[in-house]
Design a protein around this ligand. Sequence first.
Ligand SMILES: Cc1cc2nc3c(=O)[nH]c(=O)nc-3n(C[C@H](O)[C@H](O)[C@H](O)COP(=O)(O)OP(=O)(O)OC[C@H]3O[C@@H](n4cnc5c(N)ncnc54)[C@H](O)[C@@H]3O)c2cc1C
Length: 381
Amino acid sequence: MSTHTTATRRATTGLRVAVVGGSLTGPTTALLLLHAGFDDVTLYEAAPASAPLGGGLIGVEHSSLDILDQLGVSQHEFVRYNSETVMDITVCGRRRGSEHRHLYAGRNTTWTLLHQALTRRLPTGILHTGKRVTALTSEHDRPLLHFADGDTATADLVIFADGRASTGRRLLDPHRQLRYAGYVAHRGQSTTTESGLRDFLRFEPTDSGMQFNVAPIPGGTDWTFYLGATPAQYIDFFGAAPARRVFALPQHVTHAARAAVDASAQQYLPDEQAALVHNTTSRMAAAVMDIDPPNRMVWPVGTGHAVLLGDALAPVRPHTARGANNGIEQAAGLTAALSQHRKYGADLTTALHGWQHRYLPAAVAAVQLGPQLGRQYGLGV
Ligand SMILES: Cc1cc2nc3c(=O)[nH]c(=O)nc-3n(C[C@H](O)[C@H](O)[C@H](O)COP(=O)(O)OP(=O)(O)OC[C@H]3O[C@@H](n4cnc5c(N)ncnc54)[C@H](O)[C@@H]3O)c2cc1C
């Protein structure tokens, strides 16, 4: 594209947008904006391009699936098992008890499949990897991002989609800090496929506070085992405190963590599930964290703005199955508000506050739902 064309387009759309965070919410936001005609969008991701990435099972609701569909991200690309069935299975004395079947209003994917489907659609030059944002100031009244490598970048709108340990939240809303909820989502992906497994199975041992979920993924089986752990045990298991290491990658999972998870599986789960855990070499974990509900999503920065969305705004407990969904829905709502500004000259600040007014209640509700569900399962403080 010639410099002249770029300058002309910029004059038309007017808004320079910086999106921070290249996981799920960030790429979805960037694609939605590009699709809506914004052509000055840059996506900054802290991890280098060479970083090994991967993540587990995620349930995506119809509202989010439809947003992805409208972007041309077809479900067939990231939903490999199209079961809508969830089986809740009680477990007593390591034996399967009652089973209750219900349907999920969405489909299961994995972080890896969805991330790949999104990022492969980003036009060349949009995604800048290895760019960790460290600060946000203003220059000539416009937001100015600072990066760990010394670079800076201006924007009219900064969209922080930088996850649970968000730098954006620390800068814009510093009083809302993560609190460890007292338990861990231990995750594993085995390369063996459980015969006949097509649905999402949720095992609920009746004699102890824990939960074990299992579902098929391409090439194997994904499981999540929620187990209590004191802060000291967390350090022993993953080498750092929960707030410092909210995600434990395979290289952080110690022998002590493996042994503790295997022992709980052996003590509480039926033989088949205990064996699945024991035979899984690839393991990760996420500390379950709480946070005060947000009371805003938009901040003025000079004459520009910064917003928080996705886990950066409101990290929620995994049982809510709302984290990725919230991010995708908020991104679509934000794009709608910005489009009204771009196409019809709607006042930008008013458009952003309208977006906040529509999406804040759902984020607050999801934050509040997490501890309720945890208590129901006997998990957490
Ligand atoms: C066990 C488990 C099960 C879950 N199940 C579900 C489910 O069923 N349904 C659902 O909707 N959600 C689920 N979730 C939640 C879901 O995974 C998250 O909500 C989702 O990944 C959040 O996406 P995000 O893009 O907002 O943030 P993240 O995925 O946390 O990504 C943030 C990105 O920002 C980057 N970054 C961080 N700091 C900076 C910086 N300073 N500068 C630049 N880049 C930075 C990071 O490297 C990362 O790539 C689950 C989570 C867990 C742990």
